[in-house]
Design a protein around this ligand. Structure first.
Ligand code: SF4
Length: 263
């Protein structure tokens, strides 16, 4: 548990500060909707938004990059662990990282900061390395990052009750089209990249053990124009901040069911 960020958020909750929760798209693995929105509001958040909203902006920026650079070659950058891996192990590939497309967390924080003036953005998700992305790469956005595990500890600390019945709460900002983002290939499939490029120009890879093979292929084969990478096996659905007995396939199903639900 990151004591600093959780302690900071604990104090903000106690002081009834103005908070916005940004819930990562893997949340259906751990929480039910809309009960999670009600519970977050009981904890002290004024607004609860889907990070899928920011993922749509990420997609738009990726598509613009591909259209405006017809021979350009790109490696996706929403995975904070992968970006750090490239910086330390493959610095020659840094120029290919598509930083012009903000990660969904960063794109959502920019939307939230503009829409809810004076509110503190809090990202809640499956990833501990997102804490570094927020504090090292985008300190100006002042994002607090906690994991689902840490959120559960806050629910316990503040005795926020479990909610079993359906509530009338909804996301304050929502975007169904990018809810499968936490799977491997989520970015490619929801952005329409596979309609802009030929299959042989795209590589989709997850699990850090598989990444070097694809990166070496990218270096050797100039016809590969786009690599969509997530460091965890299967994508963010197996991020370290998730505690769940569900298999990878069951986790995917939870997210697909939520995407199909009429919300
Ligand atoms: S794939 Fe894993 S390390 Fe990468 S952003 Fe998702 S949870 Fe974090």
């Amino acid at each position: 548990m990151d004591e600093d960020e959780v302690n900071m958020l604990t104090e903000l909750i106690k002081n009834k500060s103005k908070l916005v929760a940004m819930l990562a798209p893997s949340f259906p693995i751990v929480y039910q909707y809309p009960q999670i929105v009600t519970r977050l509001k009981q904890l002290g958040f004024s607004y609860v938004v889907e990070v899928a909203v920011g993922a749509k902006k990420t997609n738009e920026a990726v598509v613009n990059l591909l259209i405006n650079n017809p021979t350009g070659r790109f490696i996706t950058s929403p995975c904070a662990s992968f970006v750090r891996y490239i910086r330390t192990k493959h610095p020659d590939l840094i120029p290919y990282l598509a930083f012009k497309a903000d990660s969904p967390m960063i794109a959502t924080a920019k939307i939230v900061t503009e829409k809810y003036l004076g509110y503190q953005p809090v990202f809640i998700g499956p990833c501990i390395v997102k804490k570094l992305e927020a504090s090292e790469d985008y300190p100006e956005l002042n994002i607090i990052v906690i994991t689902y595990k840490e959120l559960d500890e806050l629910f316990s600390q503040f005795a926020t009750p479990q909610i079993n019945e359906l509530s009338n709460d909804k996301f304050d900002l929502s975007e169904p089209s990018t809810r499968i983002y936490p799977f491997d290939g989520g970015l490619t499939f929801t952005s329409g990249t596979q309609t802009l490029l030929k299959d042989k120009e795209i590589r989709i890879v997850s699990n850090w053990k598989n990444i070097d093979i694809v990166l070496e292929e990218f270096k050797d084969n100039q016809s590969i124009r786009f690599i969509d990478v997530l460091f965890c096996d299967g994508g963010c659905i197996n991020g370290p901040g998730i505690i769940s007995p569900l298999s990878t396939e069951e986790r995917k199903q939870r997210i697909i069911e939520f995407q199909k639900s009429p919300i």
